[in-house]
Design a protein around this ligand. Sequence first.
Ligand SMILES: C[S@@+](CC[C@H](N)C(=O)[O-])C[C@H]1O[C@@H](n2cnc3c(N)ncnc32)[C@H](O)[C@@H]1O
Length: 251
Amino acid sequence: MSRADQDKWNLRYREGAYATRSHPSALLAEWLPKLKSREDHPRAIDVACGAGRNAIYLARRGWQVDAVDVSEVALDRLSETANAENLPITCIQADLEDAAHRPADLFVADRYDLAIMIRYTNLPLIDTLKGILKAGGYLIVEEHLVTEADVVGPRSPQFRVAPDALRDAVAGLDIIAYREGTVNEPDGRSAALAQLVARYPRRPLLLAGRPMTASRKTAARAPGFTRRETPLALFRGIHTQIESATHSQIR
Ligand SMILES: C[S@@+](CC[C@H](N)C(=O)[O-])C[C@H]1O[C@@H](n2cnc3c(N)ncnc32)[C@H](O)[C@@H]1O
């Protein structure tokens, strides 16, 4: 991310980008009530939070949120809402592609009960997010998926993920739900997305050996589900199968 990119995002937000998008990610809204934490005030990080629709959603539900974005214009918008409602959100301006200058006090082991990365394409960052989760902590990620279809989101495939790439990036975590496909946005348009809910295991995380985790085995055994059956048309069926096969693992 260059200074030019930061300026680009600032300009977008100054011109009103996402001004009317106050609803949280449907993925987050669907899964948040199912997550369990031992903490009274669990801590979350929202990376590339933008104007904070998801950080605000979390904070209104009792989460302490660190909200990180490169755009100070977006963070100003978020701060305004957080201050008006006295929400426990800390806004941090940082370039998440610049590993050398990530805020050292945030990116420490065992800090978060939940990390979310919604519609910001940076798969290498997932390894870092794994490292800052507590044992039993959750990772929720939603990325635009490479597609030929006429959908919202970036035109360039550079800012989209290939099929299976998101699932592969979380090796070592327990996958609770994974789906790829088209969804209807609240404004009636379509989005092609890869969506993931995963959990840092309570047992040691063996990244080097890339073990197949319990939930990956469960997903692979779910009736009718194989890795080859992931085209967009099968999205809803696969989601239902994985979710029902793994729901009992959420605790
Ligand atoms: C499509 S918006 C998504 C915002 C938010 N996650 C949401 O779902 O509403 C992408 C966000 O990524 C941020 N971003 C882009 N590059 C970044 C970087 N290198 N470091 C931090 N944030 C970045 C942009 O400023 C923008 O807010």
